[in-house]
Design a protein around this ligand. Structure first.
Ligand code: SF4
Length: 140
């Protein structure tokens, strides 16, 4: 049985390609699985070990995250600062943005996410159904 969420009427989202979620001046992590690293390496024409050497950091000696630049931009952000340079191979964490638990748990969380991401509530964006949002939440 489907749980009734506060967003049972859906939420609208359409990326405006501002690049804030990939940088924005504060530190963070982009978690990457071994399969995702393989896909990213392939997209860049690199071996997995070359990719890991240049773009991956180990956190607590175990989990893998993409590196950040000195300004905290994701290392894979394109030089225009607005696009992902490997968009089609981006990790699940990026694919499921902004429908993360922390952003959609309550209307307040969503409003906070919308302050950071102009794609949230974009009237020209796609209306995601509760079912679609819940499926995205389960992925990350
Ligand atoms: S912050 Fe939002 S609108 Fe800007 S690039 Fe990221 S998803 Fe798109």
């Amino acid at each position: 049985m489907e749980i009734q969420r506060w967003y049972s009427e859906g939420l609208r989202f359409g990326c405006k390609q501002c690049g804030r979620c990939c940088g924005g001046g504060s530190p963070g992590y982009v978690w990457t699985s071994d399969e995702e690293i393989q896909a990213l390496a392939k997209a860049m024409g690199l071996s997995r070990s070359e990719f890991e050497l240049h773009f991956i950091r180990l956190i607590t000696g175990r989990r893998k995250s993409l590196l950040e630049r000195k300004n905290y931009d994701c290392v894979l952000l394109a030089s225009d600062g607005k696009r992902c340079s490997v968009y089609n191979a981006r990790p699940v964490q990026c694919r499921t943005w902004p429908f993360w638990d922390q952003n959609v748990a309550t209307p307040t969380d969503w409003a906070r996410a919308a302050k950071h991401c102009p794609g949230c509530n974009n009237p020209n964006g796609k209306l995601y159904s509760q079912q679609e949002i819940d499926a995205l939440r389960e992925q990350f």
